[in-house]
Design a protein around this ligand. Structure first.
Ligand SMILES: Nc1ncnc2c1ncn2[C@@H]1O[C@H](COP(=O)(O)OP(=O)(O)OP(=O)(O)O)[C@@H](O)[C@H]1O
Ligand SMILES: [Mg+2]
Length: 222
């Protein structure tokens, strides 16, 4: 049976800038099943990052209902929201967002409640980063840095990975290899993935492509 990992019901995000109101999200509906791999494409400013931020409880919607693994985020306390974010969601960003003064291993361990460097090393090894544990991010290639960011996103065994243009800074070869890593995670480990991308070749790795325009999905699944 496939449960719904991420559900949006009539979700709005409105920004007020002086007298102007911008609907970054304009009544989004969505239901993503466990084990799905979804790419989100659309023009700049169409609301893709806003969508990921509210999906990952990094930001709150102005209106509407968001459920993560059946839990309605609005009904949780701040502490419960933080726990849900930590336990269920892994984030990957375009610019890797690693701590430059921490080693590879330290970056990966950072989100853990209880430090477990053996687990961190195992994940790093599985991503081809054995031997790089004690390097600083600045000593790695872009592709390697993104692998470290993926390891960090995976460290608490999330059920959902939210990725905002994960191949945006990479050349074609590194982009393909990062997409291969994500596809393997999805197919072999069953991790659900939602990935924003401008790159059609990256989007091809997903099972479904949603197109966003003016804060809504043009072909939105309901
Ligand atoms: N903090 C904010 N305050 C005001 N407006 C915002 C804020 N964040 C986003 N917006 C506006 O909301 C809309 C959607 O922005 P968003 O960053 O989600 O777009 P995007 O699809 O991710 O674009 P890109 O492809 O350039 O990353 C844009 O019009 C943007 O200007
Ligand atoms: Mg964006």
């Amino acid at each position: 049976m496939n449960n719904t990992v991420l559900e949006f019901k009539n979700v709005w995000k409105t920004y007020t800038m002086g007298y102007e109101m911008i609907n970054a999200l304009a009544g989004l509906n969505l239901a993503l099943k466990e084990g799905s791999f979804t790419a989100v494409m659309g023009p700049s400013g169409s609301g893709k990052s806003t969508f990921l931020h509210v999906a990952g409880i990094l930001d709150i919607p102005s209106r509407g209902i968001i459920k993560i693994n059946g839990k309605e985020t609005k009904k949780l306390s701040a502490k419960e929201q933080a726990r849900l974010r930590r336990d269920e969601i892994g984030f990957i960003f375009q610019r890797f967002n690693l701590m430059s003064q921490l080693t590879v291993l330290e970056n990966v361990i950072l989100p853990m409640i209880k430090e477990d460097s053996r687990k961190a090393k195992k994940i790093l090894d599985s991503l081809g980063l054995n031997g790089k544990y004690n390097k600083l991010p600045g000593q790695l290639s872009g592709g390697e840095q993104q692998r470290v960011a993926i390891a960090r996103a995976l460290i608490n065994d999330p059920s959902i990975i939210l990725a905002d243009e994960p191949t945006g800074e990479l050349d074609t070869k590194n982009a393909d290899s990062i997409m291969q890593v994500l596809q393997d995670l999805n197919r072999k480990e069953g991790v659900s993935i939602v990935m924003v991308t401008h790159n059609p070749a990256s989007a091809e790795f997903a099972d479904e492509i949603l197109h966003m325009s003016d804060g809504n999905f043009l072909n939105g699944s309901k």
